[in-house]
Ligand binder design. Structure first.
Ligand SMILES: CCCCCCC[C@H](O)CC(=O)SCCNC(=O)CCNC(=O)[C@H](O)C(C)(C)COP(=O)([O-])OP(=O)([O-])OC[C@H]1O[C@@H](n2cnc3c(N)ncnc32)[C@H](O)[C@@H]1OP(=O)([O-])[O-]
Ligand SMILES: NC(=O)c1ccc[n+]([C@@H]2O[C@H](COP(=O)([O-])OP(=O)(O)OC[C@H]3O[C@@H](n4cnc5c(N)ncnc54)[C@H](O)[C@@H]3O)[C@@H](O)[C@H]2O)c1
Length: 313
């Protein structure tokens, strides 16, 4: 049943993509990590020309490998009875992805730049300032930030009317939602283009204001944090909390499993940032157990241990 649902999602995303048109033809994705490689993949499979940029050539090589493998999964499902068409789909999608280690050069030919680099305001400011000086007039800039303010990120660029948030979800090829975030100065034309582009790459788009966590993370972060506090108090075991939310509320993962999946350092980073900004909000108060796990290097799936133990890949 689970597989059937996932197959439906991937096939639907793909057919949506083929049917939709977008004014954006050339996209530059900056940051070739977990999110950037997924954004590059869904864009290329929807027929866009993609330049994927990272400072590290090793990251780019790893991303290309994982995109190839994930496109292979899509092809297996969508072209189940036509393997040759599947191979063509993978080859053509891969051929649409170029890689680069030079963000400024890659922005020069972009209609849209989607930034998916580290969640750090200073680093994002430095990048966007550099890109603003070289990108064509018409180029739209977007950030995939999980928790930072779009208005604050775009404060360093002149093109504030051509700036917004495009918040994807992990894993990008599977998750159907795209949050389109309007900053205070995002123009109607930019907003409309971002919405159309999101549909063209197969996502269902919702509109968000530039508030902490937009919609999903504003609800998800306090929910995960409450689950950690529940566990910390000893009210239930980790396994029981996760089983409760999977079987009682129908979530695909329990909150502690999801916290391990996104990374406990990411959980902590978001919580600390919001706590500093909104010290009176009790939902954003620091959690001693979360701080302890992070200080011990127990960051979740990627570290081999978080609330649970995992086999290191
Ligand atoms: C304090 C809180 C902090 C929050 C942090 C915020 C972070 C951020 O801003 C927001 C988020 O993203 S929030 C996070 C939002 N995310 C969530 O909430 C996620 C919740 N979890 C889920 O939706 C499901 O558990 C998964 C989809 C992850 C796995 O599905 P499953 O059924 O349990 O396991 P399965 O059978 O293995 O996989 C089924 C099929 O899915 C496919 N596929 C899987 N992984 C893939 C990948 N990496 N790539 C590509 N494809 C991938 C694949 O096609 C596979 O089929 P195949 O047979 O292998 O070809
Ligand atoms: N991980 C998630 O679940 C998730 C979900 C939604 C949004 N986000 C957001 O997406 C962004 C990226 O997250 P991620 O999980 O993909 O991170 P990641 O660490 O997997 O990847 C970030 C990549 O950016 C590269 N990078 C850093 N500075 C750069 C620069 N100046 N120019 C080019 N490349 C640079 C790094 O080498 C790294 O490969 C963050 O803002 C994060 O908050 C993450």
């Amino acid at each position: 049943m689970k597989k059937m649902v996932q197959f439906g999602v991937i096939a639907r995303n793909f057919s949506n993509s083929s049917a939709m048109q977008s004014a954006i033809k050339n996209i530059t994705v900056i940051g070739g990590g977990l999110m950037g490689s997924g954004i590059a993949q869904v864009s290329a499979q929807a027929g866009q020309n993609v330049t994927l940029v990272d400072l590290s050539p090793e990251v780019l090589a790893k991303s290309q490998k994982s995109i190839g493998a994930n496109l292979g999964r899509v092809a297996k499902k969508v072209y189940k009875d036509k393997p040759q068409d599947g191979e063509k789909f993978v080859a053509e999608s891969m051929a649409r992805i170029k890689t680069s280690t030079d963000p400024a050069a890659a922005a020069k030919s972009a209609d849209l730049v989607v930034e998916a680099i580290v969640e750090n305001m200073g680093v994002k400011h430095k990048l966007f300032k550099q890109l603003d000086a070289v990108a064509p007039e018409h180029t739209i800039f977007a950030s995939n930030t999980s928790s930072l303010s779009i208005n604050e990120i775009c404060s360093v660029v002149k093109r504030k009317d051509r700036f917004g948030g495009l918040h994807f979800f992990n894993p990008v090829p599977v998750m159907r939602l795209l949050e389109v975030v309007r900053g205070a100065e995002t123009s109607d034309a930019t907003y409309k283009t971002m919405m159309e582009w999101g549909k063209a790459v197969g996502k269902t788009c919702i509109t968000c204001k530039d508030t902490p966590g937009f919609v999903v993370n504003r609800l998800l972060v306090p929910y995960i944090c409450e689950a950690i506090r529940l566990y910390e108090r000893g009210d239930a075991s980790a396994r029981d909390i996760d089983t409760a939310m999977k079987l009682g509320a129908g979530y695909p993962m329990g909150p502690l499993e999801l916290a391990d999946y996104v990374g406990l350092d990411t959980n902590k980073f978001i919580l600390d940032g919001w706590h500093n900004k909104y010290p009176d909000q009790p939902l954003f108060k620091p959690i001693p157990l979360l701080n302890k796990l992070v200080s011990e290097g127990k960051l979740g799936v990627k570290a081999g241990e978080g609330f649970y133990k995992y086999e290191k890949k």
